[in-house]
Design a protein. Structure first.
Length: 257
């Protein structure tokens, strides 16, 4: 995989950073994108440490802004050549009862979780088709496969990601390009840490009690690890995974079957 170049959105933290580290360890050049430069630079420095050549570059990008996305992908390709692998990992999951969600909030959630997948994939798909090889891997969620209370906008957006994944997989089935969705259950990231803290503040529950809100849905009784999601991404990038496309791969401890 050493000649390959991957772009990972949301690459500064959580699942995105784990994916960037996993791909770089396999010899893939990685461009990490996100809104904040500090975490991106930290991941890039971690990957590049001790390496003779630059393995990872950090690029600031608001993936909901079309012009910013065009600039970012142009910058990525100028240094590491065309994009062979795209991992759409940017996301946000605020909680609220449906009747309290404003249209502005709804659009913000769908912009980050769904519009970004559309915008970023448009930047790379034609190049992948031309070279007859490519991987688009969308980090969806178990919320793309089932419903969860109080995250209706997130569920709707992630269901949209899965629908887009399946449609594009069929469009590209004979072109050497695979498009898949990985659907993690509740994962040990900052989003869960913030949610646990929010539950503790609002309900007075202990940290252990608040965490049960998330671990109790997983038959294994735990949070998924970002590295477990990253390993699934790397597997989909292999040439031996060329027959896998249009799939919703659940990494959820058996919560979704």
């Amino acid at each position: 995989m050493s000649p390959r170049h991957a772009v990972v959105t949301g690459g500064g933290t959580g699942i995105g950073s784990a994916v960037a580290i996993e791909l770089a360890a396999a010899g893939i050049k990685v461009s990490v994108m996100g809104r904040r430069i500090e975490p991106l630079q930290k991941i890039a420095a971690t990957i590049n440490a001790g390496s003779e050549h630059i393995q990872c570059q950090a690029i600031v990008c608001d993936v909901t802004d079309e012009e910013a996305v065009v600039r970012a992908f142009t910058q990525a390709s100028e240094h590491f050549a065309g994009v062979d692998i795209l991992v759409n990992s940017a996301g946000m999951a605020p909680t609220a009862p449906f009747h309290k969600i404003s249209l502005q909030d709804w659009r913000a959630v769908t912009a980050v979780n769904l519009d970004s997948v559309f915008l970023c994939t448009q930047q790379v798909l034609q190049g992948m088709q031309t070279q007859a090889w490519g991987r688009v891997i969308n980090i969806a969620s178990s919320a793309a496969q089932k419903g969860y209370a109080y995250v209706s906008a997130y569920c709707a957006a992630k269901h949209g990601v899965l629908g887009l994944t399946r449609a594009l997989a069929l469009e590209n089935a004979t072109k050497g390009v695979t498009i898949n969705a990985i659907c993690p259950g509740y994962t040990d990231t900052d989003i869960i840490s913030e949610s646990v803290a929010n539950i503790m503040q609002k309900t007075g529950r202990s940290k252990e009690e608040a965490l049960l809100t998330f671990t109790s849905t997983n038959p294994q009784g735990r949070l998924v690890l970002p590295a477990e999601v990253a390993a699934s991404v790397l597997w989909l990038c292999a040439n031996s995974s060329a027959a896998i496309t249009g799939q919703a791969i659940s990494v959820s401890g058996g919560e979704v079957m």
